[in-house]
Design a protein around this ligand. Structure first.
Ligand SMILES: Cc1cc2nc3c(=O)[nH]c(=O)nc-3n(C[C@H](O)[C@H](O)[C@H](O)COP(=O)(O)O)c2cc1C
Length: 152
């Protein structure tokens, strides 16, 4: 079964909730998930090579920008070969802002530019996931697993 790296940045817990919902589904499909947070754990982009898939969550900040926690990782993605790697990006934002979920979109753009095999949807949730959002997270996780299982 696959080995998945789950990375996320969450200041008030909304993106963390998404990460937990997604992780539950991935584990139910018998994959192993290693979870790291951008603010607490040392993360080396080179370690991506050890995984069959990567999930990256980030909340948005300051006009749809990445928060500082996930910025280094975003920059360093330019230095590694992630061509064909199965990846999914997600994050909470606030639809009050014009740049709703901008950070998750930036992260998705970078993965795509680097040739990753990205889950087509960048999963953006408005603040805390509600019941419908929980289902969206679960579906997103199922799509991610399906894509990864094709490559195992
Ligand atoms: C100062 C500040 C700036 C923010 N800027 C944006 C933004 O540009 N776009 C957006 O979608 N959300 C923005 N947000 C909202 C957060 O992304 C949102 O509250 C999100 O749910 C936080 O996720 P977390 O609970 O995982 O930390 C901003 C919040 C704060 C406090």
């Amino acid at each position: 079964m696959g080995k998945v790296l789950m990375l996320y940045a969450s200041m008030t817990g909304n993106t963390e909730m998404m990460a937990e919902i997604i992780t539950d589904v991935v584990e139910q499909r018998n994959h192993t998930v290693v979870t790291k947070t951008f603010d607490m754990d040392p993360i080396d982009v080179e370690e991506l090579a050890d995984y069959d898939g990567v999930l990256v969550g980030t909340y948005s900040w300051d006009d749809g920008e990445l928060p500082y926690e996930s910025e280094d990782f975003y920059e360093e993605l330019d230095d590694v070969d992630i061509k064909g790697m199965v990846a999914g990006v997600f994050g909470s934002g606030d639809s009050f802002y014009d740049s709703f979920g901008g950070a998750a979109n930036l992260m998705g753009d970078r993965f795509e530019a680097r040739g990753a095999n990205l889950v087509p949807e960048r999963l953006i949730v408005d603040l805390e996931p509600d019941k419908k959002d929980v289902e969206r997270c679960q579906k997103f996780a199922e799509v991610f697993c399906g894509m990864m299982e094709e490559n195992l």
